[in-house]
Design a protein around this ligand. Sequence first.
Ligand code: FAD
Ligand code: SF4
Length: 576
Amino acid sequence: MAEKCEAVVIGSGFGGAINACRLSRKWPGKVIVLERGKRYGLGEFPRIPHELARNFWVLSNDGARRPRHVRRAAKRHGSDLHGMFDVRNYQNMDVVICAGLGGGSLIYANVFLLPPDEIFDPRWPDSCKKQNLLPYYKVAKEVLCARPVPLGPDPGRKLLKTEVFQKVAGRLGRDSQLVDINVFFGRDPQQPPLDLGVQAHNRYGALQTSCTYCGECIVGCNYHAKNTLDLNYLYVAEHEHHADVRTECLVVDIAPINESGQPSAAADGSNGYVVEYVNVGNGARHNILTHRVILSAGSLGSTELLLRCRRRSLVGISERLGKSFSGNGDFLSFVLGGLPSDPNRGPTITQRIDYNLFSDFHREHAFLIEDASYPAFLAWFIEGVKPRWMWFSAVRRTLQSLWANVTSGKSVGRVGYALADLLSSDVSYRSAVLLCMGVDKSNGTMKVNEAGEFEITWPYGDSMELYKGILSAGKRFKEEKEAKHFIPLPTWTWPFRNNVTVHPLGGCVLADDEVGGVTNSRLDKFGEVFGYRGLYVADGAIVPSAVGSNPVATICALSEMVAEGITQISPDASLV
Ligand SMILES: Cc1cc2nc3c(=O)[nH]c(=O)nc-3n(C[C@H](O)[C@H](O)[C@H](O)COP(=O)(O)OP(=O)(O)OC[C@H]3O[C@@H](n4cnc5c(N)ncnc54)[C@H](O)[C@@H]3O)c2cc1C
Ligand code: SF4
């Protein structure tokens, strides 16, 4: 017999963690959270090359397009891989997302940034214009304990990369500011930071370590210094409100049930849903009967699941499903040489330079450049994003002098590590990673094709003004940094024109009706899928357009609103 509960939350990223916490407060012990990835405790994130090379999410039968060598890694391993990095290849747009308890918070760069007012254009329904989101931004910021990185006299807190960004911005006449980051420097962000590496409990009772500035945020923080969701929202959901959090549980179907309790494509959710999931460890299948479902599998995960369900059970979902995909204008590039930046130290992102996003807004080329720490980052990125041959040729063209070192055997191992080796020499010390993001056209499409494969189509040409602006800013950055090389993402090179995003948005966007979007913007039904009672989406999929800035703050605010609509309880940062 299927088990029963008040609510099933699918996925444990920002949208899922918030809803797990808020709903389990309303229904203690009656909320089940299903997360496909693993749980990572203190010190459990993989570090050695052998483990990192297998730290991917690969299922042989899930219809996802992955880099060939990632598939090969799974083949060598002899089975599916259940690691953190879920890297997807699509035409003109690759995507990196995360599997694990805490979702993207495990590998993200911690930035919590509100977008400017201009983002909230007519694609954003009135209920979620910025003014209405402000109280929810405030709560999420307090829970995630966002604050700028403490710099100062302690040599352990000296960050050359931050200083270089400030210097270059000054030379360029650009506004540049420290960003708020969700990192633990002590329990109270208003107080001076704890010494580096000191352990203390956060306000919710979880044990954390004051950031050591090791710069490894995007491969998982082994000190638990990042304020990941398992240390706040999910921690309280489990420990205070007794949510039943299950990892390595992949949801494969959601079906509305009729009055007799049977799955029926004619039902509208008034009698509840049956949620089917697979334990990826042992392959066992299970069903849960529930009054409500909160789908928080991320922009790709939620959209894909609904697209597949629309073919069999949720047949009445809006035609807008899969539309309004955005990569949030992401663009990655490197500047080699020049003023020393020591990007091996972190936190990963500390600073932003503004290009017509926060001041002098210009919709066609509004973006930010943020700094990044990178040796480990390059290792997984180069390992994960593209087949090795592509990196070889692109890197050879752009890094000929460095390449000699690889081929002469000074560096051994995989390309990612060889480059990391090279870049951890003086070149690394003098290099900078430019993480750019901005306002793209948000007009991509996600769909499941006839062969059952999930696809993304990204009309990159429509956002070319933005990309041109970013390239031109990168070149100017190189000059002011007195560097030798500016290297855009090699896969961007013609004829590939392949970008990569870590900020996928859209697919189930909020709107006033099903003609405009997939989920309801009315406050008491906020996030509910049009045509289906009790079925909600709460994650990056509901964001109506690119936000230009890092999107987590906005995903949190909208997800708090979904939870408030369901529970009718106003959120606060105490979580209890
Ligand atoms: C390297 C990197 C750095 C980043 N840095 C920043 C940053 O500094 N600031 C910022 O704002 N954003 C950043 N981001 C983006 C940010 O991580 C995402 O925008 C955010 O995590 C999205 O939240 P979400 O709730 O939509 O979904 P996610 O956080 O992606 O969570 C979705 C969860 O659902 C699970 N799931 C998916 N399908 C299923 C299924 N069928 N069954 C069960 N579980 C499922 C996934 O495993 C995952 O845990 C970064 C991302 C990356 C990759
Ligand atoms: S720099 Fe990042 S990975 Fe290192 S301790 Fe600080 S938060 Fe953790």
